[in-house]
Design a protein around this ligand. Sequence first.
Ligand code: SF4
Length: 390
Amino acid sequence: MEARPRLRELQAFKENFLASLDSGTAEVLNKALGGGELTEEEASCLLQARGLELHALILAADWVRRRRVGDIVTYVVNWNINFTNICGTGCRFCAFSRSPRDPEAYLLSPAQVAAKAEEAWRQGATEVCIQGGLHPEVDLGFYEALLRAVKRTVPSIHIHAFSPMEVVYAASKGGLGLEETLRRLKEAGLDSMPGTAAEVLVDEVRRVVCPEKISVGKWVQVVETAHRLGIPTTATIMYGHVESPIHQARHLAVVREVQKKTRGFTEFIPLTFIPWKTALFREGDSKAGATGAEDLRMYAVSRLMLAGWVDNIQVSWVKLGPKLAQVALNAGANDLGGTLMEENISRAAGASSGQCLLPEEMERMIRDLGRIPAQRTTTYQLVTGWRPPS
Ligand code: SF4
């Protein structure tokens, strides 16, 4: 007897909901749902969605996620190894780097990195993610020694290492071209690269947040060269500091254009800015990070803007915290990232999340969304026969 009024209410809700949407937002969402490619201006409009429009954006992104990649949510069992925190580049958003005289400064030898990789492998990791600061004594020979030491110790572990900034550093110290540098790194055991150092791929933003870092053109050149040599990379954005929605949209357009040429990006990872211990925030030049709504807009618009080009959108539980990361999986994302036994960079900047999220906990979060958890390799092959360690 109660069903009829309820159905009528639901119908009224649906009609009101759609009719109340701002017409510009509704038009852009219609275009995205119909498979149309969003322009920077359209993405920028969605990146400002509030209220009902924000709900509609999240629903649309979730719908496109389902259509593109289904209900599986993947994760990778990995370790992060930050082999040195000594760096003089002075990125203003970075709270990880130390001067060589700082009591907390450290540099791990290739043998120490290999020992960590072996421990990672023993604990079920399929990947080690290796990055570090630009240490004055580190050069291409050190990077090669590090890769060889890991491969000698654990031949089957996947080495995901060195940002485009580190590659440029190694090339310039050795007086070599990018292609030759990447070729040598690949020969020494490099399997794939993190597409970090991207921050926001707009030079006017980079001049404020990381003036000494490589330009947009250089970042694009490194990843395109890597892709051409058969080294896949991820792509990232660090958002929530000084940039505006049009800068975020432009960044997504740059990633999409590279992917059209190379097909070398495995996934896109929005990384929310952790402000607390950074010079950029302390000196009053950035806001106090993105709000939760801004995080969800970023994930949803990434899905819509990159649909058909980069279909794996990863949430960063380290940056967002596990609870918001779970919510972001409902806003267009389909990957929960790595279990990350060691993660120093975000904690140095003041992130409160722990050092690792066990596979069992990841699977519980994913199942609670009504989705299907699956362990994957770095390059998105599903791992078969794997069970969480008891
Ligand atoms: S972000 Fe990287 S390159 Fe920049 S200061 Fe920190 S460690 Fe150095």
